[in-house]
Each structure stands twice: as C-alpha cells, then as structure tokens.
Design a binder for this molecule. Structure first.
Ligand SMILES: Cc1cc2nc3c(=O)[nH]c(=O)nc-3n(C[C@H](O)[C@H](O)[C@H](O)COP(=O)(O)OP(=O)(O)OC[C@H]3O[C@@H](n4cnc5c(N)ncnc54)[C@H](O)[C@@H]3O)c2cc1C
Length: 391
C-alpha cells in the first residue's frame, strides 16, 4: 500500500481503528452481499459491535459505556464502512442515544442507558420525516394530544429506518399547533416510544422496498397512547432535543462517507495496479490514475473537516456549520470516489461479487439523508454567510 499522509491521531484512536478493523474482518464482504440480496439485518454483526463496546462508546461509564467522544465514535463508523460493511444498519444507536443522554431525566437515563450499553435494549430508530412535509420539519403533522397521564399520537412518518430491529424509537410530534406558537420550532415534543408495546396498539409499520438494504418503513399512528413519563425533555422543546442529536449524526455520517471513500480508493488503486490491458497495468495510464488521485485528495480534505467538527462537538462548542460542511464534503467525495472506482473496474464493477455496486448504492444515500445537500448550502448561505433567508 502506498505511503499515507502523516497522522496526528492519538494512540487510543489508533487502537480503536485496529480493533474495529479486526472485528469487521470477521464479517467479510460476502456476509454483506448476502444480507443485501435478501434484505436481511446484520444481527450477528450488530450484536458483536455492541458487546465489544464499540457501538456504545458514547455512553458514559456510569451507565456502562466507554464514555468516549464523537471523535472516537467517528473512527468506529469510518472503519466499519472502510471494511465494506454497511454502517446504516446500526449507526443510529450512537446518535439517538445522545438525545436521551442530554435531554432525558435521571429516571429515563437510569432506565434506558445501561440496557442500551449492554445490548438488552436497541435504540436504533428516529422518527422525524413525514411524507407530506419532508425537509420542512417544523410543518410536520403528527400530533401528540395530552389525555390524563398519557399522550395520544396520530399521524404518519416515512423512511423510519431499522424500526423492526429496534426496541425504542425517539419520535418527534407536535403538541401545540404551529399557528399558536411564536416561533415555528416551538410546540414540537420528543418522546421515547416502546416500539414492541406500540406495534398493533395504534402503531402500524409497513416496510418500504428501496434501493439499499436500510430497513426503512412507513409508520401510521392511530390513537397510539404513550405514557407521559416518556416525554423526552420539556413539552414544546422537542426540536432542540432532535437538533442536538443531529450534529452528532452529521459528523458520524460524514465519517462513514470518509470510510466509504477510502474503501473505494483502496479498491480502485489495487485494481488499477493489477489489471493488465494493452500489456500494461491500467493504472499506468494517467487517464485512470489521476481520477483516483483526485478522489484521494478530496476524501483526505473531507476527513479533516470531520475531525474538526468532532473536536468542536466533544468540546461542547457550537459545531452546526462544521458538522454540516463535513457531511456535505464527505458525502460528495465518497460518491465521486465510488464513481471513479466503478469506472476503474470497467464491466467488472457491475458484478455483484466485486461488491462495488452495493457500496456505490449505499454511499449515494448520504447526499439526501439525513439532510440533503441543498439544505446544507442554504444553512451555510444564511446562517454562516448572513445572506437573505429563502424559506
Ligand atoms: C434510506 C433512507 C433512510 C432514512 N432514514 C430516516 C430515519 O430513520 N428517520 C427519519 O426521520 N428520516 C429518515 N429518512 C428521511 C430523510 O431524512 C429525508 O429523505 C431527507 O431529509 C430529505 O427529505 P425528503 O425526502 O422529504 O425530501 P424533500 O424535502 O421533499 O426534498 C426533495 C429535494 O428538494 C430539495 N429541496 C427541498 N426544499 C428546498 C429548498 N427550499 N431549496 C432548495 N432545495 C430544496 C431537497 O434538497 C431535495 O433534494 C431516510 C431517507 C432515506 C432515503
């Protein structure tokens, strides 16, 4: 392998990289290909990642986790993706947990976090997106009505991933109509939903057939009752609960894209060296070599922004701009690296046994979810550069 850029990583981060790489090595690409073919869930992989403590690195030690930061968690996700795995099957456990940690009351933290750390409870699901309002989150129409000691939920969600492989979901719903609040971000509330108790009792779950194996579903709420004690944070302040988790989500997903990008570059480089056409390695042609080299430069640059955003997050500093920029740059860099990897492999890129087409489909998601590129550009234009609001 070619000499890599010098690293300033701590010994601890390098140890995490090595250990996650070894764990992922036990689940080769054929494991992921078989799951993708059958739309199956990587239960064994997720269990091992949890029990080894890597999926729960962000949970404080007092609740049974490792008490590390987003910088370390990002390295876990990056290595998972770099191994050829699909981190989308399990990444939400890391950042959704953060909403409980930062906004849950003591009782909620004691009740849920140790069991999430041990793997007894899975918090893999995050219910925000709705079919009729999409990115316009504050216009969402799912409502939570107070009734005695319960909230009663009615409405609909779409693209809610992993819910069939999760015991808990953090749900965002409106508790005060948008017309009655001073700011549209007010009047939304977050709830912890016990998925197993809810299904069939006011919650209907319908899987969506989709381009990647992401286990996403439509949800229908019809008078679902959830106890008042499952309110997460203050009533009406749910947008903040969700937003806090979103910065961590963006950094972790950006790290996954860096992992995907490095995966594609490793594959493209190896193939460019070994594939002989016209009696020489295809990588001897600069038309093949330069696109790979450019992708390498782009992925490394994006990785620096991921590191910066993670550092700020862990220091408790504002990091909305950095987290968004990291996600945008890394998702575009990984997509371009995927495209170049496809091109380098010629026709063989289309053969499933080469695994590239699967990773190519998987990495495409991140320019759309959890937030699309246009919305990030709009955030930078308005909130960082102070240009006029467009919506
Ligand atoms: C596989 C998958 C898994 C997902 N998992 C989850 C999950 O677990 N939980 C969850 O809550 N959601 C989930 N989502 C939803 C995801 O977060 C949304 O799809 C994403 O935020 C975009 O919203 P939308 O699809 O409604 O697009 P829309 O809001 O309809 O936007 C469509 C396009 O128009 C552009 N656009 C919209 N408004 C503007 C504007 N004002 N200016 C410029 N461009 C604009 C957008 O950038 C986008 O490209 C998932 C989605 C997918 C595909």
């Amino acid at each position: 392998m070619a000499e890599r850029l010098a690293t300033s990583e701590s010994g601890e981060i390098q140890e995490i990289r090595t250990a996650v790489r070894q764990l992922c090595g036990r689940y080769g690409e054929d494991y992921w290909l078989a799951l993708d073919r059958n739309n199956d869930y990587p239960t064994a992989f997720v269990r091992e990642l949890t029990q080894s403590g890597f999926l729960t690195v962000l949970i404080p030690e007092e609740y049974g986790g490792a008490g590390l930061g987003v910088a370390e968690a990002a390295v876990v996700m990056e290595e998972v993706c770099r191994s050829g795995a699909h981190a989308g099957a399990c990444h939400a456990q890391m950042y959704v947990m953060g909403s409980v940690l930062r906004h849950g009351n003591d009782e909620q933290k004691r009740r849920y976090l140790p069991k999430i750390a041990s793997g007894e409870l899975r918090l893999q699901s995050f219910g925000v997106t709705e079919p009729t309002t999409g990115t316009d989150t504050t216009s969402l129409k799912t409502v939570a009505r107070r009734d005695g000691d319960d909230y009663v939920i009615n409405g609909q969600k779409v693209w809610i991933s992993r819910i069939q492989h999760s015991d808990l979901m953090v749900l965002l719903a409106r508790t005060t109509p948008k017309e009655q609040v001073a700011r549209k971000t007010e009047g939304l509330s977050a709830f912890i939903v016990d998925v197993k108790a809810a299904e069939g009792n006011g919650l209907e779950i319908r899987p969506i057939e989709s381009m990647i194996n992401h286990h996403s579903c439509e949800l229908f709420f019809d008078e679902l009752r959830i106890p008042r004690e499952n309110l997460l944070g203050e009533e009406g302040a749910g947008f903040k609960v969700i937003l806090d988790g979103m910065n961590a989500e963006r950094v972790l997903i950006a790290a996954e894209c860096v992992g995907d990008g490095r995966y594609f570059i490793d594959k493209a480089t190896a193939y460019a060296k070994e594939r002989i056409v016209f009696d020489r390695p295809i990588g001897q042609n600069q038309g093949v070599q330069f696109p790979i080299a450019r992708c390498y430069a782009e992925v490394e640059a994006a990785a620096l922004m991921v590191e910066k955003a993670a550092r700020l997050f862990d220091a408790g500093e504002p990091c909305g701009a950095e987290a968004n920029i990291a996600k945008m740059l890394a998702s575009e860099a990984s997509w371009r690296a995927g495209d170049v990897c496809m091109q380098t492999h010629g026709g063989f890129a289309f053969a499933k046994e080469y695994h590239i087409e699967r990773k190519f489909r998987e990495t495409r998601l991140y320019q759309i979810a959890p937030i699309s590129t246009n919305l990030i550009l709009s955030f930078i234009g308005e909130h960082v550069l102070g240009m006029p609001r467009s919506f």
